[in-house]
Design a protein around this ligand. Sequence first.
Ligand SMILES: [Zn+2]
Length: 320
Amino acid sequence: MPRLSSFREMNLVQNLASKFSEFGTVDVLGEVDHKSYSLPIHSFQLGSAEKDKPVVGLFAGVHGIERIGTHVVVNFLSTLAEQLSWDEHLQQLFSEVTLVAIPLINPVGMLLGKRSNGNDVDLMRNAPVRSLGKTTPLVSGHRISPKLPWYQGPKLNSMELEIELVSNFIRETIFGRPFALTMDIHSGFGMQDRLWYPYGKTKTPFPDVGVARKFNRLLNTSIPHHVYKLEPQSAAYTINGDLWDFLYDEHRAEHTENTYVPWTLELGSWNWLRKNPKQMFSFAGFFNPILPHRYSRQMRRHRNLLELFLRAARNYKSWS
Ligand SMILES: [Zn+2]
């Protein structure tokens, strides 16, 4: 069994938690037990606590093998916290917008170096949502056996603890806000970085597709030559149990007057493999950049996008 002291990402999150409380709020949403381990899920909140202000949410580590997303979120939060101590412009921004985050949603999976959680459930197939379209065997989610990847869990309404905790956190911090953008960072699919908007369950456009398209225009004009391909998640594949479909639909049903668009940033790791084929000899190499300069590039590469999320949310009335 791996040693907790060498769990790099948990150490990063805990270091962030110890310095972050000076600038914002840190909570432990719960602990996930697995064998002799009990691993916390940390949440972070920065900026205005007023419910009438817009909000941005950052999430990562849903799939334990996709470590790079956790690094991107921790890195961004930690530099924001540092800058808030001297940057009045940023302090002003955060009086008008809230940032919430869970950088490591599946700590057991990340400790063990696998995609699923400790119960072998794929947390991005576990929400109580059924695909309405044509699905791909196994990849779209299945209930055949926890021994096979993309296992959804034993039955439709059996939500794993990690997903319950994230859902409750979103209901508390995102629902009820006039405007919300969230980003859940993954890696391991395709040559290009993709920004996916709902739905994952169907190719039918989701009700806020107009806002997603307006954001696309905002991105094109604010960050020309950006690297992202914007498309609905279902353009890649249709899935069962997508957490963001589930939360989007629940929010839409309960808060008709508010807007919430959950995005997924899927980092195109095949490019790292192409440039460094040796990565193929390690399972983690399929999902994470191994060489130091490529890791640094990932830390830099998404800052503009994350900052645009904050400014876009803050100024949502003028573009959405
Ligand atoms: Zn993933």
